[in-house]
Write a protein that binds this ligand. Sequence first.
Ligand code: ADP
Ligand code: MG
Length: 358
Amino acid sequence: MPFIEVDNLTKRYGEDVLALQHVTFTIERGEWVAAMGPSGSGKSTLLNILGCLDTPTDGSVMVGGEALSGFSAADGARFRAERVGFIFQQYHLVPYLTALENVMLAQYFHSLADEAEASEALRRVGLADRLAHLPSQLSGGEQQRVCIARALINQPDLILADEPTGNLDAVNEAIVLSLIADLHHEGRTVLLVTHDQEVARMADRRIELHHGRLTEADIFVHQDQDLFDQLLKAVWKARGGRAGIPTEALPEFAYNRATFNLLAERGWLRLDDGTVELTPRGEERAAFAVRRHRLAERLFYETFGIGEDLLHENALKIDPVLSSEVTQKICTYLHHPRTCPHGDPIPRGECCVKAGVM
Ligand code: ADP
Ligand code: MG
C-alpha cells in the first residue's frame, strides 16, 4: 500500500475558487517527491490538506493508513503533532520565543517538552550556539534551520516543505537542502514544493499542478532520468557476481561523480570507500532499464529487421519512454524472449512470471 494515497481530491474555497480539482496520485514510503507549478496552482493547498491544516471538500486522502478525510479537528491536531514535520517558506516561528523555545513548543504539542532533545535538534542543524536567540536575531537561513529542527523534533515520518528555500541565498539553500536530503536518507517521506528546477532535481520524482489539476511532470526530467538509468545500468553490468565494485573499475564514475553522489543520496546506490553497490531499489531500477533496452532491441530486430549494429542506437531512442505497462506488452508480444539479439539475457518481468516463462 502506498504511504500517501490521494484520490479524486477537490478543494473549493467559497463559490468560485477551485483550488484543487480531482487530484489523484500516490507516494511510496521513503520517496522524495517535488511538487511544482505556477503560483496559485494549488500546491500549498495540497500540502496543507496532507498536513491536516486544511480539509478536503471532496475525495479521499490516506496517509500511512489513516483516512484524513474522516478526521475531527482533534484527530487532525494529533496526526500533525505525531506524524508530520512542516517546513514553510515564511518560517512561522513565534517571534517572542527563542530558537530553543520554538522547538520545545512543537515538542509540547506532541508530548512533553525536553530541553536536551530540543537543543540536540538545533545542534544537528548547526545552531548549537544560537539556542537563546530570538528569530529576529537570526538570518533567514538560520530561521529556516530552526524550522527544520522544529520539524524534526517529533520524529515525523512525513516531511511537508512548502518552498523551504524560496527566501534563502545559495549557501543557505544548499544547507537546508542537504538537511532535507538527510531526512530523506533516514527513510522519511518528503513532499517538497518548489519553483526551482535545480531543487526539484534532487527529488526522486516530480508532480506538477496547473489550475488545481495534476499534470504529467515526468516528461521534462527525462534527460536526468536517462543519465540515472545509464549509470545504474553500468553498475549493474560491471558488477558481475560481486556485491560492490571498485569505482576505478567503472569508467563512467570519473565523469559523473556528482550524479553518482546524487544517486547515493537518493538511495539508488551506496558509495563507500572507493566502492559502489546497488541498493535493492537501485538493483530493481537497473534491471528494469536493462530489460527495457534489450526488449526494445529485440522489437526493432524482429519487427523492423534492423541490423545488429544499429539496434543499440535505435533502442536507446525509445527505451527511456517505455512505461512498465508498455514494456510488459512488448515482452508479451515477443513471447517473453530470454535474450536480446546479441545474446545477452533479458531480466524477467512480472509478465514473464505470470506466463510461467522463467
Ligand atoms: P500555490 O501554493 O500553488 O501558489 P495555493 O494553494 O496557495 O497556490 O492557492 C490555490 C488557489 O486557492 C489560489 O487561487 C488561491 O487564491 C486560493 N486560496 C488558497 N487559500 C485560500 C483561502 N483560504 N481562501 C480562499 N482562497 C484560497
Ligand atoms: Mg504556495
